[in-house]
Design a protein around this ligand. Sequence first.
Ligand code: PLP
Length: 386
Amino acid sequence: GIYLDYQASTPVDPRVKAIMFEVMDRDFANPSSESHSAGWQAGKRVEDARATIAEAIKCDPDEIIFTSGATEANNIGVLGAALGAPEGRRRILIGATEHKAVLEAALAAERFGYTVELLPVEGSGVIDPAELKNRLDESVAVVSVMLVNNEIGTIQPLEELVELSAAAGAFVHTDATQAPTAIDVDVRELGVDAASFSSHKIYGPKGVGALYLSATSPWRPRPLMFGGGQEQGLRPGTLPTHLCAGFAEAFRLIAEEGSGERERVEHLRNSFVRCLEENVPIFKLTGTCSHRHPGNLHARFIGIVGDDLLLRLQPHIFASTGSACTSGHLSVSHVLKAIGLSDVEAGECIRFSIGRQTTESDLARASDIIAGAIDSLGDQVRQSGR
Ligand code: PLP
């Protein structure tokens, strides 16, 4: 099959795998063990990994908190940050197209007396800073707006949003999970207080991620878990040394090779769009190719149910609708509704995402297979008289 679901997860790069195996073989001691040199060595592996990630996103190593993934990082960066806010700050503002891991973490704060407001987006997925400005005052605890959208690929211009939020004294978080494969990420330049990352979206292993937490944030998030005090007490539990090392190597590779890779992927994506436009009359790209993740292709197939098409593409093409709800759950994407699609239109959508191992011939074949599947679905629709 042709894998076109890189925004859902990426294959582990062989160079990452090699380092993980080495660490699992040699550095299995508890990285927090201070009584012997095996522990010191494992601990050094974790600290080296932390330093590598800090270098990749341009911060200090002690501003990196290892987590189990971006879901956990988002929970600390949104819910934890809200719970740590001074009295009087009880409002949370988030983008309308946030991943469920931000949306649900914010909604969980409602149980503690907070309120959540969604910032509307334009058809492109971009937030008009005026929409934020109108809502900002000293009662806002947290503002969270994602840097790159997982579904429609929008790259959000954060600068003005961050400036306005910081001026109002809010804690500013961004879900940057999809960003490293799309743009150079410099957290200092972004000016946010916290940013979430995930290893399995950048050719690293699953089960590890990070929260960047600025040393100059207006306050510290409250921990959501309690235990041995690791990760500055914000994420206690024994660190998975091999996952941290693999995650760091994945980040190092992106820092080194990312810009060339993004150019290649963008070129492939754009020619795939042209190819589908020529071969599939009912194909309609969602939005435009500018300000968009280079590997993201989100489109409607007018008159066809996206899930039917995905099924028809088995076992030849692996893609998805890209919405963050649990798979198998048929519900309309809140992201597509937020950009103004009707329920029917949203149901016609599919996300293809292109990455490191995708080739030109993969996409030429994929385009033929999609055209064929749509023809056969069309026949089926005609025969059933629908
Ligand atoms: N945020 C975004 C934008 C994502 O795309 C994902 C991935 O599904 C997540 C958060 C959750 O990440 P993880 O799988 O590391 O928990």
